[in-house]
Ligand binder design. Sequence first.
Ligand SMILES: Cc1cc2nc3c(=O)[nH]c(=O)nc-3n(C[C@H](O)[C@H](O)[C@H](O)COP(=O)(O)OP(=O)(O)OC[C@H]3O[C@@H](n4cnc5c(N)ncnc54)[C@H](O)[C@@H]3O)c2cc1C
Length: 412
Amino acid sequence: MEKLARKIIIIGAGPAGMCAGIFAARAGADVLIIEHGSEPGKKILSTGGGRCNLTNVRMGTEYYPGTDAVFTGDALAAFGPAETAAFFDSIGLFTADRGGYVYPRSMNAASVRNLLVSACASEGAEIRTGVRAERIERQGGKIMVRTASETGTGTVFCDRLIFACGGTAAPASGSDGSGFALLDRLGIPVTEPLPALVPLKGDAKRFRALAGIRTHAKASLFLDGRYTASDTGEVQFTQDTVSGIPVFNISGAAVRALKDGRRVSVVFDLLPEFREKDLMKTIFSRSMEMTLFTALNGLLPGKVCSHFLKLAGLQDSAEQDIADAGEDRVRELIRLLKDFSVEIRGHAGCDRAQTSTGGVRTEDIDPRTMQVRKVPGVFIAGEMIDVTGICGGYNLQWAWTSGALAGKAAAL
Ligand SMILES: Cc1cc2nc3c(=O)[nH]c(=O)nc-3n(C[C@H](O)[C@H](O)[C@H](O)COP(=O)(O)OP(=O)(O)OC[C@H]3O[C@@H](n4cnc5c(N)ncnc54)[C@H](O)[C@@H]3O)c2cc1C
Protein backbone atom coordinates (compact mmCIF):
# COMPACT_ATOMS: atom_id res chain seq x y z
CA MET A 1 0.00 0.00 0.00
CA GLU A 2 1.33 3.43 -0.88
CA LYS A 3 2.33 5.44 2.20
CA LEU A 4 0.36 8.68 2.54
CA ALA A 5 2.56 11.81 2.51
CA ARG A 6 2.87 13.42 5.90
CA LYS A 7 1.08 16.73 6.11
CA ILE A 8 3.40 19.33 7.64
CA ILE A 9 2.50 22.91 8.48
CA ILE A 10 5.31 25.37 9.04
CA ILE A 11 4.48 28.66 10.73
CA GLY A 12 6.75 31.40 9.39
CA ALA A 13 8.33 31.80 5.95
CA GLY A 14 11.64 33.18 7.19
CA PRO A 15 14.99 31.49 6.47
CA ALA A 16 14.38 28.69 9.00
CA GLY A 17 10.82 28.03 7.81
CA MET A 18 11.64 28.01 4.10
CA CYS A 19 14.71 25.82 4.63
CA ALA A 20 12.60 23.38 6.68
CA GLY A 21 9.93 23.41 3.98
CA ILE A 22 12.38 22.56 1.20
CA PHE A 23 13.91 19.64 3.13
CA ALA A 24 10.51 18.31 4.22
CA ALA A 25 9.13 18.49 0.67
CA ARG A 26 12.25 16.79 -0.70
CA ALA A 27 11.63 13.97 1.79
CA GLY A 28 8.16 13.51 0.35
CA ALA A 29 5.99 15.47 2.79
CA ASP A 30 3.00 17.57 1.84
CA VAL A 31 4.14 21.01 3.07
CA LEU A 32 2.24 24.22 3.74
CA ILE A 33 4.11 27.28 5.03
CA ILE A 34 1.94 30.01 6.46
CA GLU A 35 3.30 33.52 6.74
CA HIS A 36 1.44 36.46 8.21
CA GLY A 37 3.51 39.02 6.33
CA SER A 38 2.72 40.08 2.81
CA GLU A 39 5.90 38.47 1.47
CA PRO A 40 8.16 35.59 2.51
CA GLY A 41 11.63 36.15 3.95
CA LYS A 42 11.29 39.89 4.46
CA LYS A 43 13.99 39.99 7.13
CA ILE A 44 16.52 38.31 4.83
CA LEU A 45 16.45 41.43 2.63
CA SER A 46 17.99 43.58 5.36
CA THR A 47 20.63 41.10 6.52
CA GLY A 48 24.31 41.85 6.19
CA GLY A 49 23.57 45.43 5.14
CA GLY A 50 21.52 44.12 2.18
CA ARG A 51 24.19 41.59 1.22
CA CYS A 52 23.21 38.69 3.54
CA ASN A 53 26.13 37.16 5.39
CA LEU A 54 24.60 33.70 5.25
CA THR A 55 27.23 31.69 7.11
CA ASN A 56 30.89 31.61 8.09
CA VAL A 57 33.58 29.05 7.37
CA ARG A 58 34.87 29.51 10.94
CA MET A 59 32.24 27.57 12.83
CA GLY A 60 32.02 26.22 16.37
CA THR A 61 30.08 26.64 19.58
CA GLU A 62 32.43 29.45 20.67
CA TYR A 63 30.59 31.66 18.18
CA TYR A 64 27.39 31.09 20.17
CA PRO A 65 28.44 32.45 23.60
CA GLY A 66 26.02 31.94 26.45
CA THR A 67 24.30 29.16 24.50
CA ASP A 68 24.07 25.44 25.36
CA ALA A 69 27.28 24.24 23.66
CA VAL A 70 26.40 20.53 23.64
CA PHE A 71 23.03 21.14 21.99
CA THR A 72 24.37 23.64 19.44
CA GLY A 73 27.47 21.53 18.75
CA ASP A 74 25.41 18.38 18.07
CA ALA A 75 23.13 20.24 15.67
CA LEU A 76 26.00 21.98 13.84
CA ALA A 77 27.80 18.66 13.50
CA ALA A 78 24.75 17.25 11.74
CA PHE A 79 24.23 20.29 9.50
CA GLY A 80 26.99 22.89 9.41
CA PRO A 81 28.55 25.26 6.85
CA ALA A 82 29.53 22.45 4.44
CA GLU A 83 25.95 21.16 4.33
CA THR A 84 24.75 24.76 4.00
CA ALA A 85 27.02 25.30 0.99
CA ALA A 86 25.68 22.09 -0.60
CA PHE A 87 22.11 23.21 0.14
CA PHE A 88 22.57 26.59 -1.56
CA ASP A 89 24.28 24.91 -4.46
CA SER A 90 21.28 22.56 -4.77
CA ILE A 91 18.86 25.50 -5.05
CA GLY A 92 21.06 27.31 -7.58
CA LEU A 93 22.61 30.03 -5.42
CA PHE A 94 26.30 30.73 -5.95
CA THR A 95 28.08 31.82 -2.79
CA ALA A 96 31.32 33.75 -2.23
CA ASP A 97 33.77 33.48 0.65
CA ARG A 98 34.91 36.94 1.74
CA GLY A 99 37.62 36.25 4.34
CA GLY A 100 35.58 33.45 5.90
CA TYR A 101 32.30 35.41 5.81
CA VAL A 102 30.05 33.77 3.23
CA TYR A 103 27.70 35.84 1.06
CA PRO A 104 25.68 35.17 -2.07
CA ARG A 105 27.91 35.62 -5.16
CA SER A 106 25.58 38.45 -6.21
CA MET A 107 26.28 40.24 -2.86
CA ASN A 108 22.56 40.84 -2.87
CA ALA A 109 20.33 39.52 -0.06
CA ALA A 110 17.32 39.43 -2.40
CA SER A 111 19.04 36.62 -4.35
CA VAL A 112 18.98 34.45 -1.21
CA ARG A 113 15.33 35.21 -0.50
CA ASN A 114 14.27 34.75 -4.13
CA LEU A 115 16.04 31.43 -4.58
CA LEU A 116 14.58 30.06 -1.34
CA VAL A 117 11.09 31.05 -2.52
CA SER A 118 11.76 29.53 -5.93
CA ALA A 119 13.03 26.27 -4.37
CA CYS A 120 9.92 26.06 -2.16
CA ALA A 121 7.79 26.30 -5.30
CA SER A 122 9.81 23.80 -7.31
CA GLU A 123 9.94 21.27 -4.46
CA GLY A 124 6.22 21.65 -3.85
CA ALA A 125 6.26 23.45 -0.48
CA GLU A 126 3.36 25.88 -0.73
CA ILE A 127 3.81 29.33 0.86
CA ARG A 128 0.63 31.16 1.81
CA THR A 129 1.25 34.79 2.74
CA GLY A 130 -1.11 37.08 4.64
CA VAL A 131 -2.16 34.17 6.87
CA ARG A 132 -1.54 34.33 10.58
CA ALA A 133 -1.43 31.33 12.91
CA GLU A 134 -3.59 32.25 15.89
CA ARG A 135 -4.19 29.09 17.89
CA ILE A 136 -2.98 25.51 17.95
CA GLU A 137 -5.02 22.57 19.26
CA ARG A 138 -4.72 18.80 19.21
CA GLN A 139 -7.71 17.06 17.64
CA GLY A 140 -7.55 13.31 17.66
CA GLY A 141 -4.25 12.33 16.09
CA LYS A 142 -4.02 15.64 14.21
CA ILE A 143 -2.77 19.13 15.03
CA MET A 144 -5.20 21.91 14.20
CA VAL A 145 -3.96 25.41 13.35
CA ARG A 146 -6.51 28.19 13.51
CA THR A 147 -5.64 30.94 11.08
CA ALA A 148 -6.73 34.49 10.37
CA SER A 149 -6.35 36.45 7.15
CA GLU A 150 -7.99 39.42 5.45
CA THR A 151 -10.64 37.09 4.08
CA GLY A 152 -11.54 35.66 7.47
CA THR A 153 -10.61 32.83 9.80
CA GLY A 154 -9.89 29.24 8.91
CA THR A 155 -8.51 25.95 10.16
CA VAL A 156 -5.86 23.70 8.70
CA PHE A 157 -4.87 20.27 9.97
CA CYS A 158 -1.50 18.54 9.91
CA ASP A 159 0.40 15.56 11.28
CA ARG A 160 3.47 17.58 12.18
CA LEU A 161 3.94 21.24 13.00
CA ILE A 162 7.13 23.27 12.74
CA PHE A 163 7.29 26.61 14.51
CA ALA A 164 9.66 29.00 12.67
CA CYS A 165 8.21 32.35 13.75
CA GLY A 166 11.50 34.05 14.65
CA GLY A 167 12.22 35.85 17.90
CA THR A 168 11.35 39.40 18.83
CA ALA A 169 14.07 41.33 16.95
CA ALA A 170 13.10 43.67 14.11
CA PRO A 171 9.33 43.11 14.52
CA ALA A 172 8.60 45.21 11.42
CA SER A 173 9.85 42.24 9.40
CA GLY A 174 7.16 40.02 10.93
CA SER A 175 8.80 38.44 13.99
CA ASP A 176 6.50 40.05 16.51
CA GLY A 177 6.81 37.34 19.18
CA SER A 178 3.33 35.97 18.43
CA GLY A 179 4.81 32.48 17.94
CA PHE A 180 5.80 32.33 21.60
CA ALA A 181 2.19 32.92 22.68
CA LEU A 182 1.15 29.92 20.53
CA LEU A 183 3.70 27.72 22.30
CA ASP A 184 2.28 28.70 25.63
CA ARG A 185 -1.00 26.94 24.79
CA LEU A 186 0.92 23.74 24.03
CA GLY A 187 2.62 23.89 27.42
CA ILE A 188 6.07 24.55 25.91
CA PRO A 189 7.99 26.83 28.30
CA VAL A 190 9.82 29.86 26.95
CA THR A 191 12.67 31.87 28.45
CA GLU A 192 11.73 35.52 28.09
CA PRO A 193 13.11 36.76 24.74
CA LEU A 194 15.31 39.85 25.03
CA PRO A 195 17.06 41.88 22.33
CA ALA A 196 20.63 41.00 21.35
CA LEU A 197 23.11 42.32 18.77
CA VAL A 198 21.71 45.68 19.77
CA PRO A 199 23.19 49.13 20.56
CA LEU A 200 23.59 49.77 24.29
CA LYS A 201 22.53 52.92 26.08
CA GLY A 202 24.71 54.27 28.80
CA ASP A 203 25.93 57.20 30.77
CA ALA A 204 25.78 59.51 27.72
CA LYS A 205 27.60 62.38 29.48
CA ARG A 206 30.72 60.20 29.29
CA PHE A 207 30.67 59.85 25.51
CA ARG A 208 28.23 62.31 23.93
CA ALA A 209 31.15 64.42 22.70
CA LEU A 210 32.25 61.39 20.66
CA ALA A 211 28.93 61.17 18.74
CA GLY A 212 29.53 60.19 15.12
CA ILE A 213 32.90 58.60 15.82
CA ARG A 214 33.80 55.12 14.57
CA THR A 215 37.10 53.83 15.85
CA HIS A 216 38.94 50.56 16.38
CA ALA A 217 38.62 49.47 20.02
CA LYS A 218 38.23 46.56 22.36
CA ALA A 219 34.93 46.47 24.28
CA SER A 220 34.93 44.46 27.52
CA LEU A 221 31.77 43.64 29.42
CA PHE A 222 31.80 43.76 33.22
CA LEU A 223 28.87 42.42 35.24
CA ASP A 224 28.81 43.52 38.90
CA GLY A 225 32.42 44.58 38.39
CA ARG A 226 33.55 41.19 37.05
CA TYR A 227 35.03 40.74 33.59
CA THR A 228 32.68 38.60 31.48
CA ALA A 229 33.46 38.89 27.76
CA SER A 230 35.15 41.10 25.20
CA ASP A 231 35.49 41.67 21.49
CA THR A 232 37.60 43.93 19.30
CA GLY A 233 36.65 45.81 16.13
CA GLU A 234 35.05 49.03 15.02
CA VAL A 235 32.98 50.67 17.75
CA GLN A 236 30.61 53.50 17.14
CA PHE A 237 29.39 56.28 19.44
CA THR A 238 26.15 58.22 19.00
CA GLN A 239 24.45 60.84 21.19
CA ASP A 240 23.10 58.16 23.50
CA THR A 241 24.34 54.73 22.39
CA VAL A 242 27.48 52.71 21.92
CA SER A 243 27.40 50.16 19.12
CA GLY A 244 29.45 48.45 16.41
CA ILE A 245 30.18 44.74 16.11
CA PRO A 246 32.22 44.37 19.36
CA VAL A 247 29.40 46.00 21.34
CA PHE A 248 26.73 43.95 19.52
CA ASN A 249 28.59 40.77 20.35
CA ILE A 250 28.51 41.43 24.10
CA SER A 251 25.08 43.09 24.13
CA GLY A 252 22.97 39.95 24.64
CA ALA A 253 24.67 39.17 27.96
CA ALA A 254 24.51 42.86 28.93
CA VAL A 255 20.76 43.13 28.26
CA ARG A 256 19.97 39.96 30.21
CA ALA A 257 22.14 41.10 33.13
CA LEU A 258 20.34 44.47 33.20
CA LYS A 259 17.03 42.60 33.28
CA ASP A 260 18.32 40.63 36.28
CA GLY A 261 19.11 43.90 38.05
CA ARG A 262 22.88 43.54 37.77
CA ARG A 263 25.39 46.36 37.41
CA VAL A 264 26.63 46.49 33.83
CA SER A 265 29.52 48.41 32.37
CA VAL A 266 31.51 48.33 29.16
CA VAL A 267 35.17 49.24 29.29
CA PHE A 268 36.65 50.47 26.00
CA ASP A 269 40.30 50.18 25.18
CA LEU A 270 40.70 52.66 22.36
CA LEU A 271 44.30 51.58 21.71
CA PRO A 272 44.06 47.79 22.13
CA GLU A 273 47.08 46.95 20.00
CA PHE A 274 49.43 48.96 22.26
CA ARG A 275 50.67 48.40 25.79
CA GLU A 276 50.67 51.40 28.11
CA LYS A 277 54.45 51.43 28.47
CA ASP A 278 54.98 51.19 24.70
CA LEU A 279 52.63 54.10 24.16
CA MET A 280 54.54 56.18 26.68
CA LYS A 281 57.76 55.33 24.90
CA THR A 282 56.27 56.14 21.48
CA ILE A 283 54.84 59.47 22.58
CA PHE A 284 58.00 60.56 24.34
CA SER A 285 60.13 59.47 21.38
CA ARG A 286 58.39 62.11 19.26
CA SER A 287 59.85 65.53 18.93
CA MET A 288 59.26 67.23 22.26
CA GLU A 289 57.99 70.20 20.29
CA MET A 290 55.09 68.23 18.86
CA THR A 291 51.84 69.13 20.62
CA LEU A 292 50.18 66.41 22.67
CA PHE A 293 47.09 66.73 20.48
CA THR A 294 49.14 66.12 17.33
CA ALA A 295 50.95 63.15 18.87
CA LEU A 296 47.59 61.56 19.77
CA ASN A 297 46.04 62.51 16.46
CA GLY A 298 48.59 60.25 14.83
CA LEU A 299 46.77 57.39 16.54
CA LEU A 300 43.16 58.48 16.92
CA PRO A 301 40.52 60.74 15.33
CA GLY A 302 40.83 64.37 16.43
CA LYS A 303 37.44 64.35 18.17
CA VAL A 304 38.57 61.45 20.35
CA CYS A 305 41.84 63.24 21.17
CA SER A 306 40.03 66.44 22.22
CA HIS A 307 37.53 64.54 24.38
CA PHE A 308 40.15 62.53 26.21
CA LEU A 309 42.49 65.48 26.70
CA LYS A 310 39.55 67.20 28.35
CA LEU A 311 38.68 64.16 30.49
CA ALA A 312 42.29 63.99 31.64
CA GLY A 313 42.15 67.68 32.55
CA LEU A 314 44.68 68.40 29.83
CA GLN A 315 42.69 70.53 27.42
CA ASP A 316 44.88 73.51 28.18
CA SER A 317 47.89 71.36 27.35
CA ALA A 318 46.53 70.38 23.96
CA GLU A 319 48.44 73.16 22.30
CA GLN A 320 51.43 72.58 24.53
CA ASP A 321 54.23 70.37 23.49
CA ILE A 322 54.66 66.89 24.96
CA ALA A 323 57.41 67.87 27.35
CA ASP A 324 55.26 70.55 29.01
CA ALA A 325 52.37 68.11 29.62
CA GLY A 326 54.60 65.97 31.82
CA GLU A 327 55.01 62.24 32.13
CA ASP A 328 52.41 61.63 34.89
CA ARG A 329 49.63 63.44 33.10
CA VAL A 330 50.36 61.74 29.78
CA ARG A 331 50.32 58.38 31.58
CA GLU A 332 46.93 59.28 33.08
CA LEU A 333 45.67 60.20 29.61
CA ILE A 334 46.80 56.87 28.18
CA ARG A 335 45.13 55.02 31.06
CA LEU A 336 41.88 56.78 30.26
CA LEU A 337 42.15 55.83 26.59
CA LYS A 338 42.85 52.21 27.46
CA ASP A 339 40.34 51.93 30.27
CA PHE A 340 37.34 54.08 29.34
CA SER A 341 34.42 52.78 31.34
CA VAL A 342 30.80 53.47 30.43
CA GLU A 343 28.00 52.44 32.75
CA ILE A 344 25.23 50.71 30.77
CA ARG A 345 21.64 51.49 31.67
CA GLY A 346 19.59 50.13 28.79
CA HIS A 347 19.47 49.21 25.12
CA ALA A 348 18.03 50.54 21.88
CA GLY A 349 15.13 48.04 21.86
CA CYS A 350 13.83 45.26 19.60
CA ASP A 351 13.44 47.58 16.61
CA ARG A 352 17.20 48.08 16.45
CA ALA A 353 18.18 44.52 17.47
CA GLN A 354 19.45 41.97 14.95
CA THR A 355 18.40 38.99 17.02
CA SER A 356 17.00 37.98 20.39
CA THR A 357 18.20 35.73 23.18
CA GLY A 358 15.81 33.45 25.06
CA GLY A 359 12.99 31.44 23.52
CA VAL A 360 12.41 27.70 23.70
CA ARG A 361 14.89 26.10 26.10
CA THR A 362 17.43 23.82 24.46
CA GLU A 363 16.93 21.15 27.13
CA ASP A 364 13.34 20.77 25.88
CA ILE A 365 14.43 20.04 22.29
CA ASP A 366 16.15 17.04 20.67
CA PRO A 367 19.23 18.53 18.92
CA ARG A 368 19.16 15.92 16.12
CA THR A 369 15.56 16.60 15.09
CA MET A 370 14.48 19.89 16.73
CA GLN A 371 11.41 18.04 18.04
CA VAL A 372 10.05 19.22 21.38
CA ARG A 373 10.82 16.29 23.68
CA LYS A 374 7.53 16.32 25.58
CA VAL A 375 5.30 17.35 22.67
CA PRO A 376 5.70 14.78 19.89
CA GLY A 377 4.94 16.05 16.42
CA VAL A 378 5.92 19.63 17.26
CA PHE A 379 9.28 20.97 16.06
CA ILE A 380 10.99 24.34 16.55
CA ALA A 381 13.44 26.03 14.17
CA GLY A 382 15.46 29.24 13.98
CA GLU A 383 15.54 32.15 16.36
CA MET A 384 12.63 30.78 18.44
CA ILE A 385 15.18 28.43 20.02
CA ASP A 386 17.43 29.82 22.76
CA VAL A 387 20.54 29.79 20.54
CA THR A 388 22.21 33.12 19.76
CA GLY A 389 25.26 33.64 17.61
CA ILE A 390 27.57 36.61 17.32
CA CYS A 391 27.69 38.78 14.17
CA GLY A 392 29.23 37.10 11.13
CA GLY A 393 26.65 34.73 9.63
CA TYR A 394 26.13 32.64 12.76
CA ASN A 395 22.46 33.41 13.29
CA LEU A 396 21.51 32.58 9.72
CA GLN A 397 23.61 29.42 10.00
CA TRP A 398 21.46 28.52 12.98
CA ALA A 399 18.34 29.09 10.86
CA TRP A 400 19.67 26.73 8.13
CA THR A 401 20.88 24.14 10.67
CA SER A 402 17.72 23.96 12.73
CA GLY A 403 15.44 24.39 9.70
CA ALA A 404 17.09 21.54 7.75
CA LEU A 405 17.10 19.18 10.74
CA ALA A 406 13.47 19.96 11.63
CA GLY A 407 12.27 19.64 8.03
CA LYS A 408 13.99 16.30 7.45
CA ALA A 409 12.86 14.82 10.78
CA ALA A 410 9.27 16.05 10.57
CA ALA A 411 8.88 14.33 7.19
CA LEU A 412 9.94 10.91 8.53
C1 LIG B 1 19.04 44.15 10.27
C2 LIG B 1 19.43 42.70 10.46
C3 LIG B 1 20.59 42.22 9.87
C4 LIG B 1 20.96 40.88 10.05
N1 LIG B 1 22.06 40.41 9.41
C5 LIG B 1 22.43 39.11 9.57
C6 LIG B 1 23.51 38.58 8.84
O1 LIG B 1 24.10 39.23 7.96
N2 LIG B 1 23.88 37.30 9.11
C7 LIG B 1 23.22 36.50 10.02
O2 LIG B 1 23.60 35.37 10.23
N3 LIG B 1 22.14 36.98 10.67
C8 LIG B 1 21.71 38.24 10.45
N4 LIG B 1 20.59 38.71 11.09
C9 LIG B 1 19.81 37.77 11.93
C10 LIG B 1 18.93 36.86 11.05
O3 LIG B 1 18.21 37.66 10.12
C11 LIG B 1 17.96 36.04 11.90
O4 LIG B 1 18.72 35.28 12.81
C12 LIG B 1 17.11 35.12 11.05
O5 LIG B 1 16.32 35.87 10.15
C13 LIG B 1 16.18 34.26 11.92
O6 LIG B 1 15.46 33.43 11.05
P1 LIG B 1 14.05 32.81 11.48
O7 LIG B 1 13.52 32.11 10.27
O8 LIG B 1 14.18 32.07 12.73
O9 LIG B 1 13.12 34.06 11.81
P2 LIG B 1 12.63 35.31 10.93
O10 LIG B 1 13.59 35.63 9.88
O11 LIG B 1 12.29 36.35 11.92
O12 LIG B 1 11.32 34.77 10.22
C14 LIG B 1 10.15 34.44 10.96
C15 LIG B 1 8.96 34.53 10.04
O13 LIG B 1 7.78 34.07 10.75
C16 LIG B 1 6.69 34.93 10.46
N5 LIG B 1 5.71 34.83 11.58
C17 LIG B 1 5.91 35.18 12.87
N6 LIG B 1 4.81 34.91 13.60
C18 LIG B 1 3.89 34.38 12.77
C19 LIG B 1 2.56 33.92 12.93
N7 LIG B 1 1.94 33.92 14.13
N8 LIG B 1 1.89 33.44 11.83
C20 LIG B 1 2.49 33.42 10.60
N9 LIG B 1 3.75 33.87 10.39
C21 LIG B 1 4.47 34.33 11.46
C22 LIG B 1 7.33 36.30 10.33
O14 LIG B 1 6.55 37.20 9.60
C23 LIG B 1 8.66 35.97 9.63
O15 LIG B 1 8.54 36.03 8.21
C24 LIG B 1 20.17 40.03 10.90
C25 LIG B 1 19.01 40.52 11.47
C26 LIG B 1 18.62 41.84 11.25
C27 LIG B 1 17.35 42.35 11.87
